[in-house]
Write a new protein. Sequence first.
Length: 264
Amino acid sequence: MRWYLPDGNPLLWDELRRRMRGGRLYQLLLLDVLLLVGVAGACCLHLPGLGDQQAWAEWGKNTGILMLCWQLGLVILLSPLLCVGSIAAEWERHTLEALWLAPISNWTLIFGKFKGAMAVLGYMLLAGMPVAALVAQFGGISPAELLFAYLLTFTCGAIFAALGLLASCQSTQTLAATLLGYGYLLLGLLLLGLFVRPFIAYNAQYGFSQPSLFLFFLFFDVLVLFFNVALFAFALGLDALDKKRRVVYPEFYLQPLPDETAGD
């Protein structure tokens, strides 16, 4: 590994180079920024009076919440697309066999693809963060609330990206992986709703002293769900990838064990 690369997984850097070729990534980042600017522009149609600071703070809070909810929905919708073609597209192009010839494990392959998708998700969130930070300057949203809201959004995106990667490992075509990934998306939304509903109900009844404290505990609540979903998705994905490898290289799995050859 080169000294300037902070990660030793070669598939991560190959995945990033592949995703940054062409203009799809930059079009996605531009679309994210333009949508946030459009939401902020629509809210500017109802600006308060110049001398009412309390009204400006309320406007900034409502606009910031609307932008964060919009970005959360966009991340949830696009996160499976970041991973559904990671393995299925390699299988369609017949390049997965070449990756298996390299001295890497299936875990390195899956985790490298997943980290590449998470890097793209991080780019998308960072691209829209200046717009949200500009709106937060009007008041109503503290920097801590903005930080935990973005961490919560990133964690939700990681959950659905892991489910999209599972669909990619279980499919042999990109279209089938996309349909299966969005089927998993519906299941993930159900799990997310069941997981956070008691916490939100508790906050609605008793409440926290500060909104940032609520977002802090909600973030860790979703983070626990991410670890459970990711372990489940990676385990099933490794099993599906191993079955594909058995189809391509059956002679590798039919070789006798060393002690059996020694006996002969």
